[in-house]
Design a protein around this ligand. Structure first.
Ligand SMILES: *Cc1c(COP(=O)(O)O)cnc(C)c1O
Length: 493
């Protein structure tokens, strides 16, 4: 039996896994989901004996059953083997109040690497399986982390090309340098005179521009997206929820079957949704705790059932969570409403036209059974970095600190708590350094060295000599020049 994905907004829009990965988003704007998610379970009885690679194969097999076992095994090893700084891939560290699950040991030091190391493998396998006679062009807008992780994942992958657009002056110094020094024959990086929303909406326009797509088709190229709505990113993210659980069983911290909590720093709702999926297929989860920064639209939603994006967009020290439209929430709403496609279409239309919606009482009840929530202000985030460093000698990045603060607000002592850590502190050196010291800013790369001397925390290899790498990408364009830019450059890639 092949598992068939359907659109959250229309059960007649159906597609097999390989095609869903290549296409990314359903034609009607919905996200691809399985209506029978809970009908398959992952056997957890032997979890503690398995390594990350084995658990990954088990999870992927459940969700991609038009892929062979052999194909999945190759994808898993090609994605992770030798690419992460530890063979554990996502190590679990014990602190005094919780366990920290480090998701940032990949090639770009952010949790995005877990999904974006796998997506290119799945994409090229899907191209082969479907006998595709075209190349795929990945267009990505980034506020910093996704862009670099996607570039690193797709560089020199056969039959793919990738272009990344980022807001000029809208990303951290480290993030900008990471992208400008990107190597690879099939990559292109360009800054936009505008903010992240301008880059994002510019790309969305291109995806529905038929003349533009026809031009690309002449070169045998089709568009695809590396955004977190792609099932090729979501599915690999389930693996570390199981892996963390396996480590707790193995070390005797819990007995097989005990429920635990996961506290997740949340933006687009991709990371935490993977935890919800893991629970649906058999992981013993007590609560998933959704942690927001000052852009706390999800906090309000989980409290009240009303989603309202009509509010000011705030810039925080956890910029990868600065987001007001959490795309992946649509998948949770789909399941919480009993797979009611028509209802999802209705409220998503409402969000588009009115900027808000309120869910039915039973939908909210269902969500509150699985999720709790909290948030942290900038000041509380900085304080938490300092407190945890002083108490546990462990350096949190600002995103992880948001989650840690939400944990400390109300520690559940009856269950073990796992905080998901989404970035290396060095990716946000400036904010981390100034959480420990109140002196004026200096050069980001100088601060990196100072922070390392002071704390002894090792600087990830990919960030160490970043400022000495040759700059390969210096293009800057106006926000209405993206279409011409793509068409002009794609031929030379
Ligand atoms: C993307 C990101 C997040 C948010 O993850 P979502 O899946 O969008 O909820 C949190 N922290 C960091 C460092 C990120 O890069």
């Amino acid at each position: 039996m092949n598992k068939v994905y359907e659109s959250t907004r229309d059960k007649h829009e159906r597609i097999k896994p390989a095609k869903a990965i290549l296409q990314g988003l359903s034609n009607d704007g919905g996200l691809f989901v399985l209506s029978d998610l809970t009908s398959r379970t992952l056997d957890i009885s032997s979890l503690a004996d398995k390594d990350y690679y084995e658990i990954a194969q088990d999870v992927l097999t459940l969700f991609l059953d038009d892929f062979t076992r052999e194909e999945i095994k190759d994808c898993v090893y090609n994605a992770y083997k030798g690419k992460f700084s530890t063979d554990e891939i996502t190590p679990l560290v014990k602190l005094s109040d919780a366990f920290v699950l480090e998701l940032f040991n990949g090639p770009t030091s952010a949790f995005k690497d877990v999904g974006l190391s796998m997506l290119p493998q799945l994409t090229s396998t899907a191209l082969k399986k479907t006998n595709a006679d075209y190349d795929v062009l990945i267009l990505t807008a980034t506020s910093g982390d996704t862009g670099k992780a996607a570039l690193e994942g797709f560089k020199d992958v056969d039959k793919t090309k990738i272009m990344v657009f980022y807001p000029n002056d809208g990303v951290s110094k480290v993030q900008e340098t990471q992208m400008k020094t990107q190597q690879g024959k099939n990559v292109k990086v360009c800054a936009i005179e505008g903010n992240f929303d301008d880059a994002q909406s510019g790309i969305k326009k291109l995806f529905v521009d038929d003349a533009f797509k026809a031009e690309l088709a002449k070169e045998d190229i089709r568009l695809s997206s590396a955004n977190s709505i792609n099932i090729g990113r979501l599915i690999p993210q389930m693996v570390y929820y199981f892996y963390a659980y396996a480590q707790l069983v193995k070390t005797g911290e819990i007995k097989l079957g005990d429920k635990i909590n996961y506290i997740v720093p949340t933006g687009n709702f991709g990371n935490i949704l993977a935890g919800y999926y893991a629970k649906q297929i058999g992981l013993p989860v007590n609560k998933l705790v959704c942690a927001s920064n000052d852009n706390n639209v999800l906090y309000d939603f989980i409290q009240s059932g009303e989603y309202n994006r009509k509010r000011n967009f705030l810039k925080t020290i956890s910029p990868s969570m600065d987001i007001l439209i959490s795309s992946n929430l649509e998948r949770l709403l789909y399941y919480a409403s009993g797979c009611d496609n028509a209802y999802i279409k209705e409220i998503m239309d409402e969000l588009n036209t009115k900027g808000s919606y309120k869910v039915k009482e039973d939908v909210l009840k269902s969500i509150q059974k699985d999720f709790t929530c909290g948030y942290a202000t900038n000041e509380q985030t900085a304080e938490t970095i300092k407190t945890v460093y002083e108490k546990d000698d462990y350096l949190l990045d600002p995103h992880t600190a948001v989650a840690y603060k939400v944990l400390l607000d109300d520690v559940d002592k009856e269950h073990k708590n796992v905080v998901l850590s989404t970035a290396s502190p060095y990716k946000f050196t400036d904010s981390v350094y100034h959480s420990l010291h109140s002196e004026d800013a200096s050069d980001e790369f100088e601060l990196m060295k100072k922070l390392n001397e002071e704390t002894g925390v090792v600087i990830p290899k990919n960030l160490q000599d970043l400022d000495k790498l040759p700059v390969l990408h210096e293009d800057v364009i106006e926000k209405d020049e993206m279409k011409e830019y793509v068409l002009k450059n794609v031929k030379e890639m």
